[in-house]
Design a binder for this molecule. Structure first.
Ligand SMILES: [Zn+2]
Ligand SMILES: [Zn+2]
Length: 280
């Protein structure tokens, strides 16, 4: 598939097919007014937020987009499934588009650059149009060879619906409201902040050719992805918080999983790279 197939649509927002996206926002707002605040509910929202955020950060991003560590085919599938439950489209779609972001960071062909098209476009506009709907197969040949991943990539929405139904069956309306609807809305915006705010807000340690920045706040809400300037400086590292105080929950969990033999070959950022003497 050629590179151009991903840009056949228009930049206009498709209001009808994005009803589930706006609908979750509306239901979350309505429910908070109607049912009111609940600390237990917040606990469920945070639990399902961070569990699924790990699917995005460790799975979709550090494994599928960057291959920053290795794992078994079974755990690979588990990571793809966990990421799918975060409701951010299919694993191959996500990873291929993210590879394009690194290829053209903040240049004209970057698909979600605040420098090119402003904050709202980089945050969610690019996702809500038809322009980038297709999976860019040419960029994800390495994982597209697995039929189970192609299946998840194609049927991501039914998988999400099945997950929501399961939550309703287990915990009724309170669980699906807090654990799925509210949690997913925060999960969307938490992740989207890396495309928008992580290129606008924070400090730049490395003079990368883009506007990527490091932010403790963004690192805390995204389990370590807020060290985005580090990441653009050296995208192959499984660890994005280079310094001891740069909290990177995803990496700590991956390190724990490596002790258990579930993942291995976590790629480090070489010291000369961290010193800024070498890029890759
Ligand atoms: Zn970026
Ligand atoms: Zn990346």
């Amino acid at each position: 598939m050629s590179e151009n197939t991903q840009t056949t649509g228009k930049d206009e927002v498709r209001w009808i097919s994005t009803v589930p996206f706006w609908g979750c926002h509306a239901i979350a707002a309505w429910g908070l007014v109607y049912w009111g605040w609940s600390w237990a509910g917040l606990g469920f929202a945070l639990l399902f937020y961070y569990v699924r955020m790990f699917g995005i950060t460790a799975g979709y991003h550090r494994y599928f987009a960057h291959r920053s560590y290795k794992t078994s085919r079974i755990f690979q599938f588990f990571l793809a499934l966990l990421g799918t439950l975060a409701v951010q489209k299919g694993v191959l779609w996500w990873a291929a588009h993210h590879r394009a972001h690194h290829r053209y960071s903040d240049q004209e062909k970057d698909i979600h650059s605040p420098r090119q098209k402003g904050f709202w476009w980089s945050h969610l506009g690019w996702i809500l149009t038809t322009r980038y709907d297709a999976t860019d197969w040419a960029r994800i040949k390495d994982f597209a060879k697995y039929p189970e991943l192609r299946f998840l990539n194609r049927f991501e929405f039914p998988v999400v619906i099945a997950f929501a139904i399961l939550m309703y069956a287990i915990g009724g309306l309170p669980l699906i409201f807090w654990g799925f609807v509210v949690s997913t809305v925060f999960l969307w915006h938490g992740t989207f902040c890396i495309n928008s705010l992580a290129h606008l807000m924070g400090k730049r340690r490395y003079q990368t050719g883009d506007d990527s920045r490091n932010s403790m706040f963004l690192a805390l809400i995204t389990m370590g992805e807020g060290w985005h300037n580090n990441h653009h400086h050296y995208q192959y590292s499984a660890r994005q918080g280079f310094l001891w105080w740069e909290i990177d929950m995803t990496y700590y969990i991956l390190k724990g999983l490596s002790f258990l033999g579930i993942v291995w070959d976590l790629k480090p950022a070489p010291s000369q790279v961290q010193d800024g003497k070498q890029t890759a």
